[in-house]
Ligand binder design. Structure first.
Ligand SMILES: NC(=O)C1=CN([C@@H]2O[C@H](COP(=O)(O)OP(=O)(O)OC[C@H]3O[C@@H](n4cnc5c(N)ncnc54)[C@H](O)[C@@H]3O)[C@@H](O)[C@H]2O)C=CC1
Ligand SMILES: O=C([O-])CC(=O)C(=O)O
Length: 310
């Protein structure tokens, strides 16, 4: 198993180290456009092997030929937002970066599974899908796992219970229009609505929607990376170990939820072949409309990129 991480910044480097510690690959390649950064970080990670107890080889590089024959490619290259910015403000710059990165990746790997992280997430997943020519099962965006993890952590804190017992799904686009689905949120099987009053649930939903911005406002000069990296690695683990996990991911819909040819977060089964099944759950009218509104925003942003994708 060879896994390449493009972008050796906060998310990319954190994910690469976690991939190595979890021994999910025999080789992890960390690539960045800036000279020295991937080499230095990869060497530092490699030197943690004897104490972290892993044998994964980690190579830092600026040369795409080192990524040849990757099984999985995690794309984290691009700009992160600063306070006051929306993820959409990154659209044009990151679309050009993701386009160029995808073209380079595909020059050296025939049939990788691409996991997208760069923002705005659903649109960048679309860009990589179009440029790569890969089947839609092999281009998957990470957002729902992170947004659901945030919602789960807030619920666990509020109820003072283990995070392990919280199940929650946040669907839709990775932005203010995301759709936390309270109906499918439970604590060890007990519906959340039986454990918390509606106004507390509403407050946790609102905090989840703004979870990315909350961290950006603390950090001032960048965005979250521990939870995002852990979320991307959870998806990779499901694929590498063929776990058949049901996780919310951004995938291209083909009629499900009344939506067509748009990347949006929905529950999917992840296994060795990447996206193995899109799961259509019953949504109430409000959640269904919210998902459709969220998809309309992604579609508009994709349409604005026709010049980049040409
Ligand atoms: N999907 C999600 O839930 C999340 C998405 N993100 C997004 O992930 C991206 C990365 O975030 P961070 O790692 O915090 O940013 P960062 O600024 O720490 O790292 C980005 C890295 O990309 C590199 N880069 C830029 N252009 C490149 C190119 N053409 N080829 C190769 N590398 C290139 C930069 O040199 C830098 O090292 C951002 O777009 C951010 O918004 C971040 C967190 C969560
Ligand atoms: O907020 C950001 O820009 C980064 C991100 O997508 C997140 O942390 O959810």
């Amino acid at each position: 198993m060879k896994i390449t991480v493009i972008g050796a910044g906060h998310v990319g480097a954190t994910a690469a180290h976690r991939l190595a510690e979890m021994q999910l690959a025999t080789e992890v390649v960390l690539l960045d456009i800036v000279e020295g950064i991937p080499q230095g970080k990869a060497l530092d990670m490699f030197e943690s092997g004897p104490v972290g107890l892993f044998d994964t080889r980690i190579l830092g590089t600026n040369d795409y030929s080192d990524t040849a024959n990757s099984d999985i490619v995690l794309i984290t290259a691009g700009m992160a937002r600063k306070p006051g910015m929306s993820r959409e403000d990154l659209l044009m710059k990151n679309a050009n970066i993701v386009k160029q990165v995808t073209d380079q990746v595909m020059t050296y790997s025939d049939n990788p599974i691409i996991i997208m992280v760069s923002n705005p997430l659903d649109v960048m997943t679309h860009v990589s899908y179009v440029r790569s020519g890969l089947p839609k099962e092999r281009v998957i965006g990470m957002a729902g796992v992170l947004d659901s993890a945030r919602f789960r952590s807030f619920i666990a804190e509020e109820l003072d219970v283990s995070m392990q017992d919280i199940n929650a799904f946040v669907l839709g686009g990775h932005g203010d229009s995301m759709v936390p689905v309270v109906k499918y949120t439970n604590v060890a099987g007990i519906p959340l609505t039986e454990l918390l009053p509606q106004e507390r649930i509403d407050a946790l939903v609102e905090r989840t929607r703004k979870g990315g911005a909350e961290i950006v406002n603390h950090l001032k000069d960048g965005s979250a990376y521990y939870a995002p990296a852990a979320s991307a690695v959870e998806m990779i683990e499901a694929i590498v170990r063929d776990r058949k996990r049901i996780l919310p991911c951004s995938v291209q819909l083909d009629g499900q939820y009344g939506l067509n040819k748009v990347f949006i977060g929905v529950p999917v089964k992840l296994g060795r072949n990447g996206l193995e099944e899109i799961i259509e759950i019953d949504l109430d009218q409000t959640a269904r409309e919210a998902l459709q509104q969220s998809a309309a925003i992604v579609e508009t942003n994709c349409n604005n990129l026709s010049s980049v994708l040409a």
